[in-house]
Design a protein around this ligand. Structure first.
Ligand SMILES: Nc1nc2c(ncn2[C@@H]2O[C@H](COP(=O)(O)OP(=O)(O)OP(=O)(O)O)[C@@H](O)[C@H]2O)c(=O)[nH]1
Ligand SMILES: [Mg+2]
Length: 287
């Protein structure tokens, strides 16, 4: 299993979110634009009830723009949900999320709008808040679990200001969804020490070869003949000189390289969740 979870930890985290949600007007869920479904919290719909929600597809610079556009259309079918793709370091794009959040809050509020930022680890929640605040109020870093506790920040916005809270990332893997776990591993939501490279890399390589054949063949100089994960990995290992004594390919080393390069976006702009692979839930009357 690419991702481990513990029921006790998950219950505590969902209780905390449920509690925090009582005090806010709008939820801002940050998801990874490359994996909008695998990186979203499957319990959020139930946890947030009727509260409006902005789904922010962050790291859009790493995702396939055409696929991202299709995700936005699919996600906005849900009632009370707006979806937008951004890069969290771009002030203009982050400010757009703030405007949407304020527009979704009830008109009759006598105080500033309150928003809660939630999401899985390493998707850019704290980066988003820093850009919004225009200064470094929250610690960020390219590894999961950087933020350890909730943090409130008050900024200008709307008629009476905008209060926003950062939260620690929580992973909500769906145990039945093995591919989702793999994609979380490949995009950086799982700590390196907890990552099973040999489970993640072969499957990710097969997925990428299906959707981005040219990018993968070009990057790893593949012949393009292997379709099976371990065979592709072995070919990559040979090309990259991951050899052990006697010329045996070090598959673990090759898998680590593939994971690191996918995470860093070295293959180009790629998406790993595809709208056609999911039945998008929608509670509108129109469809
Ligand atoms: N390429 C790219 N990287 C981003 C973007 N937004 C954030 N990052 C990077 O993603 C990494 C994680 O960012 P954080 O803001 O610490 O993520 P977080 O969601 O607060 O993570 P936790 O606190 O661990 O849950 C950092 O290295 C950021 O620089 C983006 O839009 N594009
Ligand atoms: Mg953080």
């Amino acid at each position: 299993m690419a991702v481990q979870w513990y029921p006790g930890h998950m219950k505590k985290a969902s209780d905390e979110i449920r509690e925090a949600l009582k005090r806010v007007d709008v939820v801002i869920e940050i998801i990874d634009a490359r994996i909008p479904i695998s990186s979203s919290n499957p319990m959020l719909k139930e946890l947030k009830g009727s509260k409006p929600c902005v789904r922010v597809l962050n790291k859009k610079d790493l995702a396939d723009p055409e696929v991202t556009a299709r995700w936005i259309l699919a996600m906005e079918k849900e009632v009370n949900v707006r979806a937008v793709a951004i890069e969290a370091l771009k002030k203009k794009e982050v400010d757009k999320v703030k405007s949407i959040a304020i527009s979704l809050a009830p008109d009759e509020l006598k105080r500033g709008v309150r928003a809660l930022v939630v999401g899985i680890p390493n998707v850019g929640k704290s980066t988003f808040i820093n850009t919004l605040a225009g200064r470094k109020v929250a610690k960020t870093g390219d590894e999961p679990a950087v933020t350890k506790q909730q943090q409130h920040v008050r900024i200008e916005g709307g008629r009476k200001g905008f209060d926003i809270s950062d939260t620690p990332g929580v992973l909500w893997p769906n145990l039945a969804d093995r591919k989702g776990g793999i994609r979380l591993g490949a995009t950086g939501a799982v700590r390196d020490t907890a990552l099973d490279y040999l489970e993640v890399a072969p499957q990710a390589a097969v997925d990428l070869l299906t959707h981005y054949r040219d990018l993968v063949v070009e990057r790893y100089k593949l012949k393009g003949e292997s379709e099976e994960g371990m065979d592709i990995l072995a070919e990559i290992g040979k090309k990259r000189g991951c050899l052990r004594k006697g010329g045996i390919v070090d598959l673990h080393k090759a898998a680590e390289i593939v994971c690191r390069e996918i995470k860093a976006g070295d293959l180009g702009r790629i998406s790993l969740d595809w709208p056609e692979d999911y039945e998008i839930e929608s509670n509108t009357d129109s469809d």
